[in-house]
Ligand binder design. Structure first.
Ligand SMILES: *[C@@H]1O[C@H](CO)[C@@H](O)[C@H](O)[C@H]1NC(C)=O
Ligand SMILES: *[C@@H]1O[C@H](CO)[C@@H](O)[C@H](O)[C@H]1NC(C)=O
Ligand SMILES: *[C@@H]1O[C@H](CO)[C@@H](O)[C@H](O)[C@H]1NC(C)=O
Ligand SMILES: *[C@@H]1O[C@H](CO)[C@@H](O)[C@H](O)[C@H]1NC(C)=O
Ligand SMILES: *[C@@H]1O[C@H](CO)[C@@H](O)[C@H](O)[C@H]1NC(C)=O
Ligand SMILES: *[C@@H]1O[C@H](CO)[C@@H](O)[C@H](O)[C@H]1NC(C)=O
Ligand SMILES: *[C@@H]1O[C@H](CO)[C@@H](O)[C@H](O)[C@H]1NC(C)=O
Ligand SMILES: *[C@@H]1O[C@H](CO)[C@@H](O)[C@H](O)[C@H]1NC(C)=O
Ligand SMILES: *[C@@H]1O[C@H](CO)[C@@H](O)[C@H](O)[C@H]1NC(C)=O
Length: 473
């Protein structure tokens, strides 16, 4: 079957060559073998048996949007009168090109690709959907794809098997994205030899094993995404050598152990996401070195310490999430310096004590979740803050936390000494509870009743107090 179609291609190629000869010899040409390689690759992918006939000169007269060529000097040094030649440098197939992009039996022709030594970009999105396809090790061996800089095989539900270690041979690679496929097995150690790699995205696969110890060799890496796999083990300290790293997403894996000290060396890091793992605390104070950090997402790890002090020195932070991290003790008072903070999520921890007053004056805050803690006392909020945050303000599930509207004239404390220490629901008096309920229902209706002497209410007595501020509006 395969040989039959390649015989057809050969016949076609000969017809085309005869045609080309008649076309005039000054025409810039293409290597016959390379053209045949392109035809083979396209016929193995596309559901279009006439592609080769419709695009006999894909670099010149009959272009196709997913194929790009570049004019290069002939490298044989011959002094004939046609010193330049077209080479195929890019093959891209995705929904932007065709819909559906590939035939159900699509496969990757390694024999075809072997004939495309100038290919710099191979990107196949949503191409392998039905017939199982795996990456053969030979695809990256014997100087096959030896010019490749950008390999993106993304969103291919039938692309499975392991990531071949021979990928490590392609030293020219700058971008490697194998996201949203069905890859299993480990991340081959050989990947760490790709010293020119700037972006590595292996997210949304089923990779197991641990992150290779030598990951620090990828010195040019700026974007590194391993999220949504099943990677376990500890984080290698060599991560600290990735000094160019700007985005590191390790979320939704099975990582354990502590974040190593060396992570504090990642001075260019803008995003650090380790959410949904099994990382334990304490987090190293060296993380205060992440001066460019804007997104710190630790959510859902058993950190089980107090709030880390280094957070206060991350002046560029925009998003901070420590939800479900087992944080205990008081809220940090030093967050007032985080003027750019837009989202603060500390929900479902064991934080206790009062809420520091700076919370009400963080100028850019748009989302605040302090729910499910043991916070008490009052939060002073302005009408302006309420307008800004609206329904993204959640302080439910805190025993004895009150909201105080700082624009109202009369303010009455609703904190009982019992609530500060006890945090036991039944330690609240019935009367106080009723008072809060009344205030609450007034607030639901957005109506002011003089009988309540102010806009404040207690939070967290059972579930009956729904405390999203949007209900106030
Ligand atoms: C990852 O952790 C989950 C939850 O603990 C567990 O069910 C699963 O087996 C783990 N997977 C691997 C590959 O370790
Ligand atoms: C990386 O971090 C470690 C521990 O924090 C430190 O000893 C080392 O000097 C740092 N290396 C570089 C290159 O900054
Ligand atoms: C806060 O954000 C603004 C606008 O994005 C930026 O110009 C400023 O440098 C940031 N502040 C800090 C401390 O990073
Ligand atoms: C809080 O976290 C616990 C586990 O740590 C979980 O069982 C519970 O559902 C969470 N509560 C909420 C309201 O998300
Ligand atoms: C907070 O909880 C810790 C125990 O986790 C306790 O020692 C401390 O007294 C509590 N602080 C307040 C203000 O309730
Ligand atoms: C109310 O809060 C706003 C903003 O947080 C602040 O500027 C103002 O001074 C406060 N007013 C009073 C009376 O506390
Ligand atoms: C706040 O966190 C709780 C518990 O983690 C969650 O159930 C709730 O949906 C969050 N609230 C908002 C407004 O996001
Ligand atoms: C806060 O008080 C001001 C002035 O009394 C009032 O206009 C505003 O509606 C109040 N806001 C809330 C949420 O109670
Ligand atoms: C709350 O306090 C009451 C009486 O002081 C006690 O009987 C009850 O067990 C306490 N509940 C909890 C959850 O600590």
């Amino acid at each position: 079957m395969a040989s039959f179609s390649s015989i057809l291609l050969l016949i076609l190629l000969h017809v085309l060559m005869v045609f080309n000869v008649g076309d005039g010899s000054e025409m810039t040409s293409m290597d016959d073998d390379e053209l045949l390689g392109l035809f083979e690759v396209m016929s193995s992918l596309l559901d279009d048996p006439t592609w080769a006939q419709e695009h006999p000169q894909p670099c010149t007269d009959t272009p196709w949007s997913g194929v790009q060529c570049e004019l290069m000097a002939q490298d044989d040094g011959s002094q004939d009168y046609n010193p330049t030649i077209f080479h195929v440098t890019k093959i891209h197939i995705g929904n932007d090109i065709l819909n559906p992009p590939c035939k159900p039996t699509a496969s990757l022709s390694s024999r075809g690709l072997l004939k495309l030594p100038y290919l710099k970009t191979l990107s196949l999105f949503n191409c392998f959907n039905v017939t199982p396809v795996s990456l053969s090790s030979s695809l990256f061996e014997n100087s096959c794809l030896s010019s490749l800089e950008h390999l993106a095989l993304v969103s291919n539900p039938s692309l499975h098997g392991s990531i071949p270690s021979s990928l490590g041979h392609i030293q020219t690679l700058r971008v490697l994205s194998l996201s949203q496929n069905m890859f299993t097995g480990v991340i081959p150690q050989e990947i760490c030899g790709l010293v020119n790699l700037q972006q590595l995205d292996l997210s949304y696969n089923h990779l197991t094993g641990s992150v290779p110890q030598e990951i620090g060799k990828l010195k040019s890496l700026t974007i590194f995404d391993l999220s949504y796999n099943m990677l376990g083990g500890q984080l290698p300290p060599s991560f600290g050598q990735l000094q160019s790293l700007q985005k590191l997403d390790l979320g939704s894996n099975n990582l354990t152990g502590r974040v190593p000290q060396e992570f504090g060396n990642l001075s260019r890091l803008v995003l650090f996401d380790t959410s949904h793992n099994f990382l334990s605390g304490p987090l190293p104070e060296s993380l205060s070195g992440l001066k460019q950090l804007e997104y710190l997402v630790i959510q859902d790890n058993p950190i089980n310490t107090g709030m880390p002090l280094f957070i206060g020195s991350l002046g560029r932070l925009k998003v901070l999430s420590f939800s479900r991290c087992g944080l205990m003790g008081p809220m940090l008072t030093s967050l007032s310096t985080l003027k750019n903070l837009t989202a603060l999520s500390l929900d479902n921890n064991s934080l206790n004590g009062t809420v520091p007053s700076y919370i009400g004056s963080l100028p850019n805050l748009e989302q605040l979740n302090l729910s499910q803690n043991q916070l008490s006392g009052e939060i002073i909020v302005s009408q302006e803050l309420i307008n800004r945050i609206g329904m993204r303000f959640d302080i439910r599930g805190n025993n004895g936390l009150c909201i105080k509207n700082n624009t109202s004239r009369e303010v009455k404390s609703c904190i009982s000494s019992k609530s500060r220490t006890g945090g036991n629901k039944s330690s609240w008096g019935e009367q106080e509870e009723d008072e809060c309920r009344n205030m609450n229902s007034n607030l639901y209706q957005s109506s002011w009743s003089p009988k309540n002497h102010g806009y404040e209410f207690r939070l967290g007595l059972d579930n009956m107090f729904l405390l999203l501020i949007f209900l106030l509006l």
